[in-house]
Design a protein around this ligand. Structure first.
Ligand SMILES: C[S@@+](CC[C@H](N)C(=O)[O-])C[C@H]1O[C@@H](n2cnc3c(N)ncnc32)[C@H](O)[C@@H]1O
Length: 267
């Protein structure tokens, strides 16, 4: 399916990535399967590999992602800390580390002799020095009941920027929808759109190209379309959830073929 700004292809990400030119995209946002044995509705979307096999597979799509990234471009990988530290060690050979962003995880429980898992990792790397870095702000949070501030700003409340607090590397307002019924597209582990949107706004400008190898329900594509970036992605399973989401939100932007800007990044 295609829009004025992008296109998603129903295929294996390794296949799509192999068709793209070197240094052709400005940002990669990847939310891969976590190898937890989930059923993504496609036999080809394997989520039950041995650990070494899973990490080798991740290294394949990460290597390709690094190849297609422009100098100064950014790469974000959303993962579990268990995998993220291996992925970060691998990425360090190719890119420059910027941040390990921790995103709160709700409603989990401790297993065996382990601590209660309470965060997801969002790795942020750039190819050399970042070409773009926009400082983002988050609103000053107010209590739902009394309207007062949730946090104590240590007597500096009056000095806060009216548009909010500078974004930190700890995001506690991005918990995924846990209940099947509350998800817009049941069965897909979709992220809140704010997660890819922040990454896109932070590290790209309008007109830049964003790639998501694991399209899922299309949160990255929605964020890119809404912020005037070009976008491209793959999804090995059914792309209908993406199509439905994008055509609901941007009915006038649907097109029969990818925009020229996206066609140009194919080798
Ligand atoms: C965690 S979900 C991504 C959710 C997405 N970020 C969203 O917010 O909607 C991972 C997706 O990757 C897809 N997938 C798994 N293996 C793939 C592959 N080799 N190539 C492309 N997509 C794949 C799965 O079908 C699944 O939809």
């Amino acid at each position: 399916m295609a829009t004025t700004r992008g296109a998603v292809y129903r295929r294996d990400c390794l296949n799509l990535l192999s068709l793209l030119r070197d240094s052709s995209v400005d940002c990669v946002f990847a939310d891969p399967p976590f190898n937890l044995g989930k059923d993504y509705g496609s036999r080809r979307a394997r989520d039950d590999r041995r650990s070494e096999e899973y990490l080798e597979w991740c290294q394949r799509w990460l290597s390709e992602s690094c190849r297609i990234l422009r100098p100064g471009g950014s790469l974000f990988v959303y993962s579990l800390p268990k995998w993220a530290f291996h992925l970060a060690a691998f990425l360090e050979n190719h890119l420059t580390f910027r941040h390990w962003i921790a995103l709160t995880m709700k409603s989990t429980y401790p297993r065996g002799q382990r601590l209660y898992p309470a965060h997801y990792a969002l790795l942020y790397f750039t190819r050399g020095e970042p070409k773009t870095f926009h400082r983002l702000r988050t609103p000053i949070l107010a209590c739902r009941h009394c309207g007062g501030d949730i946090r104590d700003y240590g007597g500096h409340r009056h000095a806060l920027h009216p548009e909010g607090i500078s974004l930190t590397d700890f995001w506690d307002d991005t918990s995924p929808n846990r209940h099947r019924n509350s998800k817009a597209r049941p069965g897909i582990n979709e992220l809140k759109t704010v997660i890819p949107e922040r990454c896109i706004r932070l590290s790209t400008d309008p007109g830049d190209v964003v790639l998501d190898p694991f399209g899922g329900g299309g949160s990255t594509f929605e964020a890119a379309q809404a912020t005037d970036r070009y976008w491209i992605g793959s999804e090995i399973g059914n792309c209908r959830p993406v199509r439905d989401r994008i055509s609901d939100r941007f009915p006038l932007d649907i097109r029969s073929e990818a925009p020229t800007r996206i066609r140009r990044i194919f080798a």
